[in-house]
Design a protein around this ligand. Sequence first.
Ligand SMILES: *[C@@H]1O[C@H](CO)[C@@H](O)[C@H](O)[C@H]1NC(C)=O
Length: 204
Amino acid sequence: MASLTDFVDLSSQSLLWSAASITFNPIFWKYVLTFSLSQYRNHFLTRIFGGAYNGCYFLAFAIFSLGILRDHLYQVALDEQPFYAPVHQPILGGALFAIGSVLVLSSMWALGVTGTYLGDYFGILMDAPVTGFPFNVTGSPMYWGSTLNFLGVALYKGKVAGLLLTAQVFVLYWFALKWEDPFTSEIYAKRERERSKKQGSKKQ
Ligand SMILES: *[C@@H]1O[C@H](CO)[C@@H](O)[C@H](O)[C@H]1NC(C)=O
């Protein structure tokens, strides 16, 4: 009888490294978020970096680099995994990768660096919520786009291990979203309260 180990080499070191980096990235990002949240209250990071924008750009660079490392470890891991013909769907994989890339790149374009990477927590808020493409397609285009990229590569290369790692990405993003959405909403709600307070005092 066929078992999962016929299609996935679980003893591969590179598979473990890929799984570890996929887990580490959002945890680091969330750790940074928590750290930045305390900054949002006492401006600690802003002081270290000599300005909110410097601090935000520094973290953006760190998160972006970790993302590139994660993608690289994923490619290396899949290259060492056994090929399984039924999941080798290069056209579908290529199409999903293209859709995923459009979602990721267009949302970065729409949000800018500070909107993409934690600007909220440095007090760099967007003037209005971004509602145009790709945010009119999904509320979290970056997460879904990234998940589609992982899936696309797995199908393109025909690797079952890629499907497992994609499932891991999906679950981690799902938890991250549950945690992050109410958090961001609260920051903007706070600003609205402060704005209406200011307008109230202007009128008097
Ligand atoms: C999202 O916005 C884009 C650009 O404004 C538009 O072309 C597209 O049809 C919209 N999609 C949805 C699902 O509303």
